[in-house]
Design a protein around this ligand. Structure first.
Ligand SMILES: Nc1ncnc2c1ncn2[C@@H]1O[C@H](COP(=O)(O)OP(=O)(O)O)[C@@H](O)[C@H]1O
Ligand SMILES: [Mg+2]
Length: 495
């Protein structure tokens, strides 16, 4: 091999190694750090500086360095595009190289917290992602160095590829923020479940009990995961611990106090406690009144709780759906610049999975009950997953099957994988069947191709589907070549 061919092969290797290392993380700081050190290594330079472009502000900001320690993150060097040697490269969209005494160049811009005059040479290139400026990077050497045109091409090629890794990390950061938002929302809903309407209900219960029984004090003690607590009290007299202790003894009637359990559907949700300043005897009518108030109070507490839970659940499902759709559209954007067919397949499948989960949340948003009708779900999924493949007719035979949100999500993902496989690996019409079979639910996805080859092994899709059927649905998944491709998931209707 000639020396030129050797060098070219070496450069291709440096390019692929660098890009692979840089693309191995989704954490933006880590990606930028990796870029700095890997590029310096690939180019055999003393330093590498990586700048990110803030499009809104039109400013390049130093985000990672290799060779020079920079630990003043509150005062990161910033320059406008067109300012400084690297800014010129960014603005003009082409490499700028100065072999020696770079800091004497009229375009040079110094920063007090960045010792740059120790470097003789600089080679700066813009970083683009989808044809837009995403940042810039430069390499430096302490001794003068004339970078060869192949080296300039190598650094430009690396910069062209790392743009995508930077975009991916930013995308990930944005979706992480969405997850944090969802978690905050769930937290709020947890704390809200115990207030709002419920407070009104509790106030009514205790006020009317006091009046009806001519008592001085009435407390509603509610059981929760953290044990019993006084949820509402009218009047102050007894210590909280005392009220809780009396609640635990309900039902009872003593000289200065009486208590009745709050029961709902055979379960106990708390107690109603009344107490008086002076000893008294309770008339049978008074005790039966207390029982009635407790009975109705329990129903009121439960319905306030469940109304609130229902409203909040709907709101949360709605937001979850919206967030999932945002994530899916971010990924779809990325599809346009996917690096090759494998990345494209992975992204497309991720989009389908996310949209399948979004369908479940959309159905949960519109339903008043806590479940999902899976016939409707599978029908929607078939329509969604079938768009874009009009040459493959769809057949459906779907019986109503209600499932809880969790199990419906599992079913949606399983269907998504089986349907994708029928489209991708099978041929002809794609059929979906959902039916009850005794105590079981059966989901069948068919196509008119040859079915799985004898030695076909599971990829990610089938691994996901099998795991979900087994762990979330407690059932089985079988693939058969039965005059065409046929996948059968069977699981008990009740969890
Ligand atoms: N309906 C089908 N027709 C033919 N082959 C199938 C069908 N479904 C699955 N397969 C085979 O099973 C393999 C694994 O599928 P999967 O785990 O979804 O991975 P992938 O779809 O990414 O290849 C496929 O590559 C294919 O060979
Ligand atoms: Mg697949």
């Amino acid at each position: 091999m000639s020396a030129t061919a050797d060098r070219a092969a070496e450069h291709v290797r440096l390019l692929t190694d660098t890009v692979a290392a840089v693309g191995s993380s989704l954490d933006l700081e880590e990606v930028l750090g990796q870029i700095a050190s890997r590029v310096a290594e690939a180019m055999a330079t003393d330093a590498c500086f990586v700048y990110l472009y803030d499009e809104a502000a039109g400013v390049l900001e130093l985000r990672a360095t290799h060779g020079t320690r920079f630990d003043d993150p509150a005062h990161r060097p910033r320059m406008r595009s067109g300012e400084g040697i690297t800014g010129v490269a960014a603005e003009q969209g082409r490499p700028v190289m100065i072999p020696g005494q770079a800091h004497l160049d009229p375009r040079f811009k110094g920063f007090p917290n960045l010792p740059e005059d120790e470097y003789e040479s600089i080679l700066a290139v813009p970083v683009l992602a989808r044809d837009r400026l995403a940042g810039a990077l430069n390499v430096r050497t302490r001794r003068p160095r004339e970078f060869s045109s192949e080296e300039v091409a190598l650094l430009s090629a690396i910069a062209g590829q790392v743009g995508q890794a930077i975009e991916n990390a930013k995308l990930y950061e944005r979706s992480q923020r969405r997850v944090a938002e969802l978690e905050a929302l769930a937290e709020i809903s947890r704390s809200m479940t115990s207030s709002l309407y419920l407070d009104d209900v509790l106030r009514d219960i205790s006020a009317s009990t006091c009046r009806a029984l001519r008592a001085q004090e009435c407390a509603v003690v509610l059981d929760s995961e953290d044990g019993p607590a006084v949820a509402y009290r009218s009047g102050v007299g007894r210590a909280e611990e005392e009220l809780i202790a009396m609640a635990a003894r309900a039902p009872f009637a003593a000289e200065t106090a009486a208590a009745e359990p709050l029961s709902w559907k055979q379960g106990r949700i708390g107690s109603l406690v009344v107490s008086c300043d002076a000893p008294r005897t309770w008339a049978p009518e008074e005790l039966s009144l207390l029982r009635t108030v407790a009975h109705q109070g329990a129903a009121a507490v439960e319905s306030a709780r469940s109304a609130l839970r229902g409203l909040l659940a709907q709101e949360i499902h709605h937001r979850v759906k919206n967030n999932l759709q945002t994530v899916a559209s971010l990924l779809r954007l990325q599809l346009r610049s996917a690096g090759g067919p494998l990345a494209e397949k992975a992204l497309r499948e991720s989009v389908n999975r996310i949209c399948s989960i979004a369908e479940v949340h959309d159905l949960l948003t519109s339903s008043r009950v806590d479940g999902v009708d899976c016939a409707g779900l599978v029908g929607r999924l078939q329509a969604m997953l079938g768009t874009g493949v009009p040459e493959r007719p769809a057949r459906a035979q779907l019986q109503p099957v209600p499932l809880s949100g969790d199990r419906a999500t599992a079913l949606a993902l399983v269907f998504c994988e089986l349907h994708s496989n029928a489209v991708e690996h099978g041929a002809g019409a794609v059929g979906a069947e959902l039916r009850r079979d005794g105590g079981d639910v059966v989901l069948v996805v068919t196509d008119e191709g040859g079915g799985p080859a004898a030695g076909a092994s599971d990829g990610l899709g089938l691994t996901i589907a099998r795991t979900l059927v087994r762990d979330q649905l407690a059932g089985t998944l079988e693939l058969v070549a039965d005059g065409g491709g046929k996948a059968v998931a069977r699981f008990p209707a009740e969890s």
